[in-house]
Design a protein around this ligand. Structure first.
Ligand SMILES: Nc1ncnc2c1ncn2[C@@H]1O[C@H](COP(=O)(O)OP(=O)(O)O)[C@@H](O)[C@H]1O
Ligand SMILES: [Mg+2]
Length: 378
């Protein structure tokens, strides 16, 4: 008995140890939560409740800890509980080691600490908790502007390449400085040249990262799309870079136009992704259902990619998406959830009583969300 237990443990100890989960969540004056302290073991958590009770707010807080952004695309001021001065979001993350995150935000004071030390470099912090969110806003990946798709790429690269965020920040700084120079009445040509050199050097690094990522992401998204849809289309993601071959040459070619527009007109800040179904633009020709499926497929690809790179799955945050997909389509998500289960990963999923996926009834930890409080259902 004891020896067989030893063997089965020994065959997969590393995977279990390295899977990262959010063990504790603490909220103060965040959205409609005055105070919340909850312990979450690894596994599958279903947050049940009527509309406007605070289910999405919990996912928003977890995502905020992971990425320092809201997936609703709002600023921090909106997340402060009405009538209060600031919010606190904190938690304990357990993986190979244990980490304590504390985040406070008010109009006057911002404070982020990891293990009681102020965070200096965001690039170092961002790997502490990795999440992938599935939410209604994902549809903007297909329907929205290139900016949404660039953000998707940038988040994924920040989650996998240690220096990427710092590189991106330096590049965006270079764009802003160059734009400011172009806005002057007659910009000093030598200064403009040196700003252009900096832009090209940083920009080319970003382009290289994106160019390498997309061929790895595309097959994962294609597979995910096939699993979710029963349609025959093939998905392909293609990089649509603003710079076609040589940044320096192309920048020189647009110099006259830049003088008129007084802004930097080419570079990775203008990149896009093409989402093609049977080689046709999904934004232009896809049906609503296809667009929704595609958005979910992109997020599944993100999760698969992160799992492959880090050897452990990200924490999955699934907001109402299961209710939106029909039963056939949502069964395509099951392999991802099954994998999370096998690797002792963690999933948080919100549902209302009517639309919760009964096919997932095994091993669920159910919570009731009601008017800004959270209670485990026995
Ligand atoms: N800054 C805020 N302060 C207080 N309450 C808020 C704030 N922002 C949103 N709410 C409240 O949170 C509730 C919506 O929470 P949400 O998590 O989106 O609900 P759902 O359970 O439908 O996902 C609403 O009652 C809304 O009034
Ligand atoms: Mg909601």
């Amino acid at each position: 008995m004891r020896s067989s237990e030893k063997i089965s443990r020994a065959s997969r100890p590393h995977r279990i140890l390295s899977t990262v989960h959010l063990a504790h969540l603490r909220l103060r004056d965040f959205r409609n939560y005055q105070r919340l302290d909850a312990n979450f073991p690894p596994g599958f958590h279903v947050l049940l409740g009527d509309n406007a009770q605070g289910k999405t707010n919990i996912l928003e807080a977890i995502y905020l800890m992971a990425t320092l952004r809201s997936f609703r695309g709002v600023g921090s001021a909106q997340m402060i509980r009405h009538g209060q001065r600031g919010y606190f979001v904190g938690g304990k993350v357990i993986g190979q080691s244990e980490h304590e995150i504390k985040m406070f935000w008010s109009a006057r004071e911002r404070n982020l600490t990891l293990d009681a030390r102020p965070v200096k470099k965001l690039g170092d912090y961002l790997g502490t908790l990795r999440t992938v969110v599935f939410c209604t806003e994902d549809l903007q990946l297909v329907k929205g502007t290139g900016r949404t798709r660039r953000r998707f790429l940038d988040l994924l690269l920040s989650q996998t390449q240690p220096g990427y965020l710092a590189l991106l920040q330096r590049y965006m700084h270079a764009v802003r400085s160059r734009n400011a120079l172009l806005k002057q009445f007659s910009p000093d040509p030598r200064l403009l040249d040196s700003f252009s050199d900096e832009l090209v050097k940083l920009g080319n690094d970003i382009i290289t990262h994106r160019r390498e990522l997309i061929p790895k992401l595309s097959p994962l998204a294609r597979l995910a799309y096939r699993r979710i849809s029963n349609d025959a289309e093939e998905l392909r993601i293609a990089y649509a870079p603003s710079v076609k071959t040589d940044f320096t040459v192309e920048l020189a070619q647009v110099r006259e136009r830049e003088r008129r527009f007084r802004a930097t007109l080419i570079g990775p800040h203008r990149d896009d992704l093409q989402l093609l179904l049977n080689e046709k633009s999904s934004a232009q020709f896809g049906s609503e259902g296809q667009k929704r499926t595609l958005a979910v497929a992109l997020k599944m690809a993100q999760a698969e990619y992160l799992t492959g790179i880090h050897g452990s799955p990200p924490v999955l945050l699934i907001d109402d998406v299961m209710g939106e997909l029909d039963v056939k389509r949502r069964s395509g998500l099951l392999p991802l959830l099954e994998r999370a289960r096998e690797t002792s990963g963690q999933v948080f999923m919100t549902c209302t009583e009517e639309n919760w996926p009964r096919e997932l009834s095994r091993d669920l930890q159910r919570w009731e969300v009601k008017g800004g409080s959270l209670q485990q259902i026995g």
